[in-house]
Design a protein around this ligand. Structure first.
Ligand code: MF3
Ligand code: CO
Length: 255
């Protein structure tokens, strides 16, 4: 599948999708506390996205039953919100969300601590986020997808972590998942050359222990094979002739 180069008009629509998505994460960050259910997080997220007249990208995507993926502790991604899943002090929680604005998607994820968390968990969240920014440094025309993969991988492995291999980042635009795949580990081939107008969801999924993951019986929730913690950080990024632009951001909102 060919990589779609976005027109200036498409980029404007993705910027607006990304702005609303950034505001959504900000809204969700405020309600993360011990005692809240993952279901409530999804309710707040969906309502907030719809209040802008937008559609949550994930709802019914390949049958996914909610708007926000809420993944706790050893859950890597695609946790299904549930009234029975109550966040506890010391948990870490990854929130992955997508917004469709006038037919264009933005996709981003954040991991938060619930109340006080261990130093070990704090470091995992920090390094996972930093690895995204390492990748951003090589998001330049003329570089290749494998440079992004290598930037994430080298950064996290140097700090003792492992990168999930069974799930990857991706192009994003009129579809949530477009070409190319963006692994968080290097491959033998350098992959597609980066070109201005490409829009990429770069999303390190980083584990404390093994990189291996398993799927739960709900067919969605991905967990670490060894039960150790996992963190996720993602933004939608525009490649330009100069510096890359993070599309999933809003003025005054922390990345
Ligand atoms: N953000 C996820 C990704 O990048 C999408 C969640 S899959 C869904 O692949 F089915 F839940 F939408
Ligand atoms: Co994604």
């Amino acid at each position: 599948m060919a990589i779609v180069i976005k027109s200036p008009r498409e980029i404007e629509l993705m910027k607006e999708a990304g702005r609303i998505l950034a505001l959504t994460h900000e809204e969700l960050k405020k309600i993360i506390r011990p005692g809240i259910s993952t279901y409530e997080i999804d309710r707040v997220g969906e309502e907030f996205i719809r209040s802008f007249g937008c559609i949550p990208s994930f709802l019914n995507y390949n049958g996914y039953p909610a708007s926000i993926c809420v993944s706790v502790n050893d859950e890597v991604v695609h946790g299904i919100p549930s009234k029975d899943r109550i966040l506890q002090e010391g948990d870490i929680v990854s929130l992955d969300a997508g917004v469709i604005y006038k037919g264009y998607h933005s996709d981003s994820a954040r991991t938060y601590g619930v109340g006080q968390i261990s130093d070990k968990a704090t470091d995992l969240i920090k390094v996972t986020k930093e690895s995204f920014f390492e990748a951003l440094k090589v998001c330049k025309e003329g570089n290749h997808i494998n440079d992004i993969s290598k930037a994430v991988f080298d950064y996290i492995t140097a700090r003792g972590y492992s990168a999930v291999r069974d799930l990857v980042g991706h192009g994003v635009g009129a579809c949530l998942h477009e070409a190319p795949e963006i692994p968080n580990f290097p491959r033998l081939k350098r992959g597609a050359k980066l070109k201005a107008g490409m829009t990429l969801a770069i999303e390190p999924m980083i584990n404390i222990g093994t990189y291996e993951v398993e799927w739960l019986d709900d067919d969605w929730t991905v967990v670490t094979a060894d039960g150790e913690l996992s963190a996720h950080y993602e933004n939608t990024v525009l490649i330009t002739e100069g510096d890359p632009v993070i599309l999933s951001q809003a003025n005054g909102i922390e990345l």
